[in-house]
Design a protein around this ligand. Structure first.
Ligand code: NAD
Length: 451
């Protein structure tokens, strides 16, 4: 079997060498999940909930170890990793409580009683990216297990460590062997195999729009269900009547957080022309305050990029229009400084592509209609923000922007109990909250004649 070297992106040092799965291992993992399915779907709802609750508690008890593992593997600041691991525990707590609250309906019909059942799909392939490895694993595992499915979870090749540990914790929690199978291997081989495997009922995919398209094509062969959480190029819309200081203090973290490797990154900052110069000055001042450095230092706010390839890709977007560039450590590690490009046109390359690095494009707009037009002038539709002191305008613009998640006078996108997902080429299906359960179950209609 070939092996995979997992690196620490802050030091470029190898962390561990792992065996790399191929098609045979993928098939074995699917077979194990298939064998475990009848037993797992038959577990009483309250007991399934209890097992998920135990998993949540184990994540809390092992939180510091998981956070450090995530930081070393992803280069994510330790404060962020602690927050994300805390969310993972909350996600399992939420779905532990959701198991017996996902109801069917009764529907009035002639001559009998009609009701719906929510049934598990069977074996699911869960495919996860490298930017939020443990968090996104839990967003899929929680609802999948709550609905009674068994899974094969494939983390990204660059960041498999926390998913592997989570797999161990599911066993420790008492979730039977075979219910959760972790498969470490290349996407184009084992990911593709899961997509095409006839015994896999659904693919829950998070990753790039490009690979999402391949997943959708591959799934067509077996009419497999898919949910796709893909890329973004979200707008942070700042009107002149906003609290500019507050908007500018928050904006750097909405695009430089996770070193910009965030599908929700507000990497297009649209600013009303009347406030453009003032806002840009405030934004640059706030960006100077972002602490870039060793991810294991508690005060660090931004670490390195994930890989040398990613750094090369990000750098290709920075060749002019640089209004500000911060500092980053020299030497080993895939570092890239916070970079503000201004003024940028929405048709310019840095405003079109998902850069997935710490690069913000600041774009002027003339009025409300122009702001909505520019925000929507992108193939993506994942997230976004509106900053204004006018409540009615905030609500009009929130309705006008074509994205699955939007925040007003805030840059937050993700909560355990609220639906998350994209419009347009950012994908379809929703994760988190009760909405996620829709994507991890089938509706069966039953009619019982009474005459
Ligand atoms: P990626 O698309 O390269 O890989 C994602 C996963 O798919 C990995 O596990 C990879 O191994 C696997 N994969 C690769 N080729 C495959 C194939 N042919 N068949 C099946 N699986 C395959 O994405 P990435 O570079 O790991 O992550 C970054 C991307 O993820 C960005 O575009 C980002 O916006 C997106 N993302 C989206 C969300 C969201 O919720 N919308 C969240 C985080 C990241």
């Amino acid at each position: 079997m070939s092996t995979l070297t997992v690196l620490n992106p802050a030091t470029e040092e190898p962390l561990v060498e792992l065996p790399e799965a191929g098609v045979d291992e993928a098939d074995r993992a699917v077979a194990a999940a298939k064998a475990a399915f009848p037993g797992w779907r038959a577990v009483a709802p309250a007991d399934r909930g209890r097992l998920l609750r135990r998993l949540a508690t184990l994540v809390e008890e092992n939180g510091e170890e998981l956070a450090l593992l995530e930081t070393r593997n992803v280069g994510k600041p330790i404060g962020d990793s602690r927050g994300e691991v805390g969310m993972v525990a909350d996600v399992f707590h939420f779905y532990a409580g959701a198991v017996d609250k996902h109801h069917g309906e009764t529907i009035p019909v002639a001559g009998g009683v009609d009701f719906t059942l929510r049934e598990p799909l069977g074996v699911l392939g869960l495919i996860v990216p490298w930017n939020f490895p443990i968090a996104i694993s839990s967003w899929k595992l929680g609802p999948a297990l709550a609905c009674g499915n068994t899974v094969v979870l494939k983390p990204a090749e660059l960041t498999p460590l926390t998913a592997r540990r989570l797999g161990e914790l599911t066993l420790e929690a008492g979730i039977p062997e075979g219910v959760v199978n972790i498969l470490v291997g290349p996407g184009r081989i084992v990911g593709q195999r899961l997509v095409e495997h006839p015994d896999v009922a659904k693919i829950g995919f998070t990753g790039s729009t490009e690979v999402g398209r391949k997943v959708m094509e591959g799934a067509a062969g077996t009419i497999k269900r898919v949910t796709l959480e893909l890329g973004g190029k979200s707008a942070n819309i700042v009107f002149a009547d906003a609290d500019l200081e507050k908007a500018a203090a928050s904006a750097p973290y909405a695009v430089f957080g996770n070193a910009g490797q965030d599908c929700c990154a507000r990497s297009r900052i649209l600013v009303e022309r009347a406030a453009y110069d003032r806002f840009l000055d405030l934004l640059i001042e706030a960006t100077k305050g972002v602490k870039v450095g060793d991810p294991e230092e508690p005060a660090t706010e931004m670490g390195p990029l994930i890989s040398a390839d990613q750094r090369e890709k990000v750098a290709s977007y920075v060749n002019g229009q640089v209004a500000f560039q911060g500092d980053a450590p020299d030497g080993k590690g895939f570092w890239f400084p916070c970079t503000i490009l201004a003024p940028v046109e929405n048709s310019d390359r840095p405003a079109r592509d998902e850069i997935f690095g710490p690069v913000a494009a600041v774009i002027p707009f003339e009025n409300e209609a122009d702001a909505v037009r520019l925000a929507n002038d992108t193939p993506y539709g994942l997230s976004g923000s509106i900053w204004t002191g006018d409540g009615a305008r905030a609500l009009r613009v929130a309705q006008g922007v074509e994205s699955g998640v939007i925040s007003i006078n805030s840059n937050t996108s993700v909560r355990v109990s609220t639906p998350f997902g994209g419009f347009k080429q950012s994908g379809f299906g929703r994760e988190l909250g009760m909405h996620a359960l829709e994507g991890y179950s089938e509706v069966k209609n039953v009619y019982f004649a009474t005459d």
